[in-house]
Structures are given as structure tokens and as C-alpha cells.
Design a protein around this ligand. Structure first.
Ligand code: HEM
Length: 234
């Protein structure tokens, strides 16, 4: 209970903070994409799968086969892009819901907390929230090119002990188990659906956007799982 109250306070602080952080760090690149502070889009036109911490990002050809495997088609790209305008004005409220979910689950907020004091780190939550916000919009942009694939490996590493905590220079629990990264696919997409209905689109289009998001977040979680498995097993 103590934790829960604390997190509600943190969430409010995070909302205010991330709005400010967003103003300070978000810039537009020449392709019109939002950047991520030290943006993965800052260097344009990467053609090669990145190598990072001993892993290689998926290539565009490999990603094509992953898309086929989850039935992700050009219709899904169109639906993701349709969702962008629906989600953008609601993204902070959406993040409140997702942060509320993590914050009300002690076993999840633990990964934003100091390993010995178990105190959640408000500044860490706040800073990650800014990047989470960008992720929502970038996913809706659906420009799943090699730059994007390279960045997915980086995000996977940031959930893993190989790179967790480094971006923000924090002293938090150093590793998120893969089972939770995969599990969050469900609550993240389920809670998204009511937000997708806010744009006044037909039921068919809302359902289409929802299905596209389910597939996109599933592919995201799959790509992020690479650092968790033996090289060659991914
Ligand atoms: C489908 C599942 C998940 C999604 C879509 C997601 C989304 C994100 C995003 C977009 C970021 C920012 C990445 C960046 O640095 O650019 C992030 C970072 C982070 N996420 Fe997740 N996440 C998921 C699962 C989880 C789980 C299960 C936890 C455990 C509570 C978690 C905790 C964190 C933490 C602590 C960070 C900051 C990592 C760092 O130190 O850089 N995430 N997540």
C-alpha cells in the first residue's frame, strides 16, 4: 500500500516531468521523425544490421519473415499510421494507464527501484516515460527500416543487464526477466484499445488498428528478447 501511494505520486510527478523532458529533448530530424534525445534517427540511412554487445540486429530480410509469421501486412502499416493521429493527443493519458499498471504491481515497479532500499526511483520513471512516449509515436509511424531494427536491439539490451540503467545513470535493479517483457504485451495492447476508439473511426477501423498494434508490440517483444537467448538461438 505504501508503495502504491508512492507510485501514484511518482506517476503525477512523472507526467509533469516527462512533458518538460519531452520539450527539452525531442527534436525533429530531416525525415520528420521525432528523435529520442541521442536519437537512433539522428544518423540517417543506416543500411547494415548493427552489432551491439555481441549481438547482431535483425536484418530487413529477417524482419520480413517475422512479419509474415505474425500475419503483419501492409494493411497493418496503414492501420498503425491511422492510429498515430488518434493516439498523439491521448498519449500522456495512455502512459498514465500503463504506468498505473506497473506502479500498482510491486513485482514490476521493483525494476524501477533501488535493489537494496526497494525505493522506486522517480527520476528514472520520469526519464523512461519520455522515451516510452516516443516509442508509442514511432511504433505508430511504422517505418520499420534497418535504423528501427537496429534500435530494437538497443532497447532489448536496455531491459537486460547488459545495458539496463546506463542510459539514465541510475542504480536500480539491473535486469528485467524476459518472461515479464513478453507478458506485458497483453496488458499494453488490451489497455490501448479504448484509446484507439477515441478517434471517431468505424468499428472496423478501430479493430484494424488494434490488431495492427497487437502484432507490432508482439514483434517488438520478440526483437527485444534477442539478448536473453544464446547467440544463434534467436
Ligand atoms: C511489451 C513489453 C514492454 C514494452 C513495450 C516496453 C517499452 C519500453 C520502452 C519503449 C522503453 C524505453 C526504451 C529506450 O530506452 O528507448 C522501456 C524501458 C524500460 N522498461 Fe520497458 N517495456 C516492456 C516491458 C517491460 C517490463 C516487463 C518491465 C518491468 C517492469 C519494463 C521496465 C522498463 C525499464 C526499467 C526501462 C528502462 C530501461 C533502462 O534502464 O534503460 N519494461 N520499456
Amino acid at each position: 500500500m505504501h508503495h502504491r501511494n508512492q507510485i501514484l505520486n511518482l506517476t503525477a510527478a512523472a507526467l509533469a516531468g516527462s512533458l518538460l523532458a519531452g520539450c527539452a529533448t525531442t527534436e525533429s530530424t530531416s525525415s520528420g521523425h521525432s528523435s529520442w534525445g541521442s536519437s537512433y534517427r539522428a544518423v540517417q540511412g543506416t543500411e547494415q544490421p548493427a552489432r551491439n554487445a555481441g549481438f547482431r540486429a535483425a536484418s530487413e530480410a529477417e524482419f520480413e519473415l517475422l512479419k509474415k509469421s505474425v500475419l503483419f501486412t501492409d494493411d497493418d502499416v496503414r492501420y498503425l499510421r491511422l492510429s498515430r493521429a488518434v493516439l498523439e493527443p491521448n498519449v500522456d493519458e495512455l502512459l498514465d494507464v500503463w504506468y498505473g499498471f506497473v506502479g500498482s504491481n510491486e513485482h514490476l515497479v521493483y525494476y524501477f527501484s533501488h535493489p537494496t532500499t526497494k525505493q522506486p526511483d522517480g527520476e528514472y520513471l520520469d526519464r523512461v516515460r519520455g522515451r516510452f512516449r516516443e516509442w508509442v509515436l514511432t511504433t505508430a509511424d511504422a517505418d520499420f527500416d534497418q535504423d528501427w531494427l537496429n534500435h530494437q536491439l538497443e532497447i532489448g539490451l536496455r531491459h537486460h543487464r547488459l545495458k539496463k540503467n546506463r542510459t539514465d545513470g541510475v542504480e536500480a535493479v539491473d535486469h528485467i526477466p524476459m518472461r515479464y517483457v513478453i507478458a506485458l504485451h497483453y496488458p499494453i495492447t488490451t489497455t490501448l484499445k479504448p484509446f484507439l476508439a477515441r478517434g471517431g473511426h468505424s468499428d472496423k477501423d478501430v479493430q484494424g488498428m488494434y490488431e495492427a498494434w497487437r502484432k507490432a508490440v508482439l514483434m517488438t517483444a520478440i526483437l527485444w528478447s534477442q539478448p536473453y537467448v544464446e547467440p544463434g538461438d534467436f
